[in-house]
Structures are given as C-alpha cells and as structure tokens.
Ligand binder design. Structure first.
Ligand code: NAD
Length: 325
C-alpha cells in the first residue's frame, strides 16, 4: 500500500528474495502505476485497490498481509482498516505519530485477531544483531552506554516529510526512531527518562517540523544512551560500550552492508535483503501463531520515547519520565 520510493526501490526487489512471500496485489491512488506493478509482478489486475475501495480487500483470499508504506500520519487509519478487513499488517516506521495512536493500532489488530508488525528491518541484519547478542555474554557483560546517530541532509523542500500534518514531526519521527531502536535494542531494557534538546538552523525549510534533535536516555539498570538525529547533516553510526570492551557500527542503520567492529574484530560486511528476511520472519510468526520480535508493541515503545522527547523539548525540562507500556 503506497507505491513510493521505499516500496519501489526496496520492498519490490526484496519480494524476489523471500521464500514465503509473494506480491499478490497493490493499493495505489495511481491506476497507471498500479497496472505497471501488476504487469511486472504478475498479479491479477483485479487485485489492484485504491484508498476508497480498499475495504473490499476483505473478500480477497489472495491477500493475507497488507504492507503499509504511506506517509506517517496515514498509518493508523490503514492499520485499522486492514485489521477490520481481517488482514495481518506490516506497517512502516514510525508505526504511528503518537503513543496514543499506537495503542489504538494494537487494540484494533488484537480485536480483529490479526498480527501487527513494524518494518524494523535491522533486527534481521546479522551484523546489527551481533552487538546485541554480545550483551550478557563473556567477555562483554552488560551494556553501559550506547551512542546512536541517524541523520541526512533533507533535499526537496516540497515533500510530505516537511509537512507536520503528513509526517507528524521531522527528523525525530523519520530517522530518530533508528536511534530509539538502537538504544533500546542494545541495552535490552526500556528507558525510564529522557532529556532532549532541539537545534534549528533553517527555520524556513523546517517551519513545521524539527531539523535536529539530540536526546539522552536513562535505563533502569544504569545504562545511558546519547542520540542525535537530523535533517541538516549526515551521520549514521552506533557505539556500544560493554562492561568489558566495545563494538561499533558505521554505517549502522542503512540497507547494508552494515559494517563495524566487535571486540577489535571486524564484522564481515555481508549484503543481503534485510527486508526479505523481515517479511519471511513475519510469515513464520503468522504460521506459528507467535508474536513478531518487531510487533506493534515495539512501535508503541518507540512512540513513548518520541512523545517524551517532544515533551522534554516543549517543557525545557532536563528530564522527562517516559510513560510505561
Ligand atoms: P514516498 O513519498 O516515496 O512514498 C509515499 C507513497 O504514499 C507515494 O506512493 C504516495 O503517492 C502515497 N501517498 C498516498 N497518499 C498520500 C498523501 N496524501 N500524500 C503523500 N503521499 C501519499 O515515501 P517513502 O520514502 O516511500 O516513505 C513511506 C513510508 O515508509 C514512511 O512511513 C517512511 O518512514 C517509511 N520508510 C521506511 C524505510 C525503512 O528503511 N524501513 C525507508 C524509507 C521509508
């Protein structure tokens, strides 16, 4: 659903590398584009939907899962409509634009008896996972500190990512969630407090949304994280400090190969489709009736941090407590 950049350049090719998934239909507002997808992927033109007739997908047995790849503020509506149609859902990040919306999304899917997951592809990348798996084992021990950055210079000033009504917010929503993910994933706990700062160098381009946000997280076991996200410059890295030794990734959050070092040993740069692994794993979860590691709950946990980041900035407070799930 939504045949934009990510769907076209990443997900469509990834389908060809999956073992358990097949593209059997699309939802698009552009009939000519949808027809091209049907020709290229070999599904019936009857399996093309638009945003108005989408609900009739409920009657289509060819379609088990809807993958939502729309602007952020549209996610909740289509999670709820997909669930009402009895379809499992993968929703792109950020799952919703507030924690309250995430709770509604989870509730709708539970009520309909369908599974909800978020497009957190990095959980399926072995090099990204390696730094998490080292935690709690010799020689690493527990994680004491995580630094996570994800930033890129925003180009086209007319895109939806700069409109609050469609994007929800700026860099924090779009790529800041890679930092919340990394901090939570590598520490292995839920943060209890956040302190955040905002910097805006271009108030015209970023009139509606945030440009640069830095935030620090405090975890109950004593670990801390320091995160930076921006639409003003490029940065894409992770550093994890364990009780003994450290690991680092750069690039850390892109489509791969994710590269880095763990305890002075280089991680072998391996290139494969993170998205194919992510989609196949969701099929496994549906078949086995188990909750995905990247279920809607992960989306909610990140949304709670994002909400608290904005509260900390709005209140000018040094420390904002994060609501628990
Ligand atoms: P995009 O602008 O390239 O595509 C968005 C699609 O939504 C377009 O096909 C557009 O026609 C459609 N659309 C429907 N209604 C619209 C409306 N009212 N306004 C604007 N577009 C509308 O965006 P994208 O980069 O593909 O991002 C889509 C989603 O995927 C976002 O939530 C984004 O955060 C996420 N994403 C995830 C990753 C990842 O690595 N997991 C990477 C890129 C994007």
């Amino acid at each position: 659903m939504g045949l934009g950049n990510y769907a076209t350049r990443q997900l469509a090719p990834a389908f060809k590398e999956t073992h358990h998934c097949k593209l059997t239909g699309v939802v698009s507002g552009d009939p000519a584009k949808a027809k091209r997808w049907s020709d290229e992927h070999g599904f019936a033109p009857e399996n093309i939907y638009d945003y108005e007739n989408f609900d009739s997908i409920a009657k289509n047995p060819d379609i088990d899962v809807v993958y939502i790849v729309l602007p952020n503020s549209m996610h909740l509506e289509f999670i709820e409509r997909s669930a009402a149609a009895g379809k499992h859902v993968i929703c792109e990040k950020p799952m919703t634009v507030t924690a309250e919306e995430s709770r509604r999304a989870i509730k709708a899917c539970r009520a309909a008896g369908v599974q909800l997951s978020v497009g957190y592809r990095l959980h399926f990348d072995p090099n990204y996972r390696a730094l998490m798996l080292a935690r709690g084992t010799a020689p690493s021990g527990q994680v004491r500190y995580v630094q996570a950055d994800m930033a890129f210079p925003m180009g086209n000033p007319n895109q939806w990512r700069l409109r609050k009504a469609l994007a929800g917010g700026g860099a924090m929503y779009d790529v800041g969630v890679y930092c919340t993910q990394s901090a939570r994933f590598f520490v292995g706990e839920e943060p209890i407090a956040v302190t955040a700062q905002e910097i805006k160098t271009d108030p015209v381009k970023f009139a509606e949304v945030d440009e640069t946000i830095m935030f620090q997280l405090e975890f109950p076991g004593g670990a801390t994280a320091n995160c930076t996200t921006s639409y003003g410059f490029r940065s894409n890295s992770v550093h994890v400090d364990y009780q003994k030794g450290w690991g680092s990734l750069q690039p850390a959050h892109n489509y791969g190969p994710i590269q880095g070092v763990l305890h002075n040993q280089p991680l072998e740069p391996r290139k494969f489709s993170q998205q194919a692994l992510q989609m196949d794993d969701f099929v496994r979860c549906i078949r086995e009736g188990v909750e995905s590691e990247v279920s809607g709950l992960e989306g909610l946990k990140d949304a709670l941090v994002v909400d608290a980041v904005y509260q900390s900035i709005a209140n000018g407070s040094r420390r904002t407590l994060i609501e628990s799930v």
